[in-house]
Design a protein around this ligand. Sequence first.
Ligand code: F6P
Length: 560
Amino acid sequence: MTSSTALVCDTEAWKDLKGHVEDIKKTHLRDLMSDVNRCESMMLEFDGLLLDYSRQRATVETMDKLLNLAKDAQLTEKISRMFNGEHINSTENRSVLHVALRAPKDAVIKADGKNVVPEVWNVLDKIKEFSEKIRSGSWVGATGKPLKDVIAIGIGGSFLGPLFVHTALQTDPESVECAKGRQLRFLANIDPVDVARKINGLNPETTLVVVVSKTFTTAETMLNARTLREWITVALGASAVAKHMVAVSTNLALVEKFGIDPNNAFAFWDWVGGRYSVCSAVGVLPLSLQYGFSVVEKFLKGASSIDQHFQSTPFEKNIPVLLGLLSVWNVSFLGYPARAILPYSQALEKFAPHIQQVSMESNGKGVSIDGLPLPYETGEIDFGEPGTNGQHSFYQLIHQGRVIPCDFIGIVKSQQPVYLKGEVVSNHDELMSNFFAQPDALAYGKTPEQLQKENVSENLIPHKTFSGNRPSLSLLLPELSAYNVGQLLAIYEHRVAVQGFVWGINSFDQWGVELGKVLATQVRKQLHSSRTQGTTLEGFNYSTTTLLKRYLETSSEPQM
Ligand code: F6P
């Protein structure tokens, strides 16, 4: 067992797994897959989902050893501490309670001794009421017109999660029906090109701007917010801001200072991490404006279903726990530094970008939660694209180059089925044929002997050989409704937490993003003084000085 300052790599279970790697190296997935009992034990069903992890480079013995690691890492206790609202984000002295954001109304979840569920539902009720006013047209803009378009300004966790859910729902039949005549756009980048793109074709008279920022200090978001405030005031006058701008934040004082009516601010709490905030007003407000609260409530229920499963299911049947343990196995023992997220669903095209932040901002750490340097790597490089697009892009490397464990995510029932008479299969079946084929191609590969039998010429055999033995897992969702989107989100959130708990790091802080921000402040000051007073460049190294000089001498920024 780990004491509070010991590292997990010193536990018996970790050492045991290190030794076990040699056994696994002697196996090939081709053989492992022929053991039906093993495969059967690696299938798991819950609430309509089917998880198949039989294509992991793991045996029943490996799973037992990973469960021992969970024990030695005190995973049960760590999960309980999270649900009990203890300050497990110790470097920020905060609870980690995104599960409270989707808890049923009668649940009791405490932070600092106080049940937070009623506060959560107060905000949800307020969002319901407000979004209904906007959607019904009973709330109108400064010139009396209904607000049919929404621009949500935010970045990182105040953007990626809501964008993922919005993209997933855009073609869901129920959501389509509810979104008729409305548009939701996200403005994240401080690049003025993003502003130009997002306001293109919109009329300030019919647009509502939602400023989303946990801190309300993020430089990009605040400048974008000021830019759109200007867009509104130039067109409609300063008093229009009250009708056309609302905010989501934990910092209501700064919201008011910015000029947004505090009555039109939707709160959340410091026990919600930015990347875990999609189920707070951060996601719920823009999504309710677009799709109506009842659709978003289903999304919350899906996430809550996984929360309960995660909290109460024994580890050997617990989807996020097993996924987390297998990721630790792949990273720390088999030495695979990356993970590909491959949804066979265009609607999930923004899932990988969201998980990049959830996973890499959470687990990309260099020290333990107690500040000890880690002698092992944590986190993995997450990336992905929907299938089949990815197949025509980077799959070459996955099949014959580096070994990258893959998550295949498939959907049984398409949101938008198409079948053309005379075609061999429907369009969705065509897509799913690839979903079922790729994991086997990776696992089995193709041997030189097989190629010889096919009379492939000798010189091409090395090029056409596939080593196989490349791990993946398959997750099959019954459909992609708001409920299922919520399930998928929560599975990945908890999987990332499990990995962090096992590695013994703090998955809920993000000090690594700060240094770059500080250096940008110095550059911003210099750009201002150089442009307004012609001040010479000072305090930068040769490289940055040269680049800045070129930028200042040749750029044609508007006069200040
Ligand atoms: O810079 C990283 C970060 O702090 C993320 O953790 C966060 O999601 C994002 O910036 C946006 O922060 P905020 O919601 O406070 O604007």
